[in-house]
Design a protein. Structure first.
Length: 215
């Protein structure tokens, strides 16, 4: 079994990456082979509406753009499970993650009433979100509803329900004294980091176990 985690954060060793690594630990505990990919190491762009993936008698399920994302998309074709991870920037996932999903999802949809997806298998997918906002703020903003729409599109493509994990009120800076951040309470952030983030790490570990079990 192979599970691929994709880090949509530009930071390789902070909250999103930490949770993805915990999820991979969970998968490893069940004997899975794992790989972590950092999107911001790559040079690529989003969909350019060339429609090569929609041509009759064309190569459906293959994005025609050739760049650093091409081999990653090829790996996703053979994975037994995928875990996506992204911080929330201005009420959405990062631009890097959006560009990946544009090309992955769009290339597997051929506008057919009979064929909802040309993805070659049915696999479980997880999505880990990290954010500065509290759960109450996220609920007030209605963010989960918009993220759920994208999750449904992912599940439609990969054929199984998507598992999600939200990590709220994360500790953003190593030293809050160096940054303008009066809208946050460093004390509350530190408390969240000490008490809740370990719980989130365990949830991520459990997600990895569940995804491989359901693969």
């Amino acid at each position: 079994m192979k599970i691929i985690a994709i880090n949509g954060s530009p930071r390789k060793n902070r909250n999103t990456a930490a949770l993805l690594k915990k999820a991979l630990e969970g998968a490893t505990s069940k004997g899975a082979e794992t790989e972590l990919i950092n999107l911001y190491d790559l040079k690529y762009r989003g969909c350019i509406s060339c429609f090569a993936c929609k041509r009759k008698n064309g190569e459906h399920g293959k994005c025609a753009i050739k760049d650093d994302l091409t081999p990653i998309l090829e790996k996703l074709e053979t994975a037994d499970s995928i875990i996506l991870g992204s911080p929330i920037y201005y009420m959405d996932i990062t631009a890097g993650m959006i560009s990946l999903l544009e090309r992955f999802l769009f290339s597997h949809s051929i506008y057919s009433l009979e064929i909802p997806t040309v993805y070659p298998k049915k696999i479980p997918v997880g999505f880990i979100y990290t954010m500065n906002a509290t759960e109450k703020q996220i609920d007030e903003f209605g963010l989960k509803q918009s993220l759920t729409l994208r999750e449904n599109m992912i599940a439609r493509t990969t054929g199984k329900p998507l598992e999600s994990l939200y990590s709220y009120n994360t500790y953003q800076f190593s030293d809050y004294e160096k940054y303008e951040s009066s809208m946050f309470s460093e004390k509350e952030k530190a408390k969240q980091k000490a008490e809740q983030f370990p719980v989130d790490c365990q949830k991520a570990f459990d997600m990895g176990v569940t995804l491989i079990t359901n693969a």
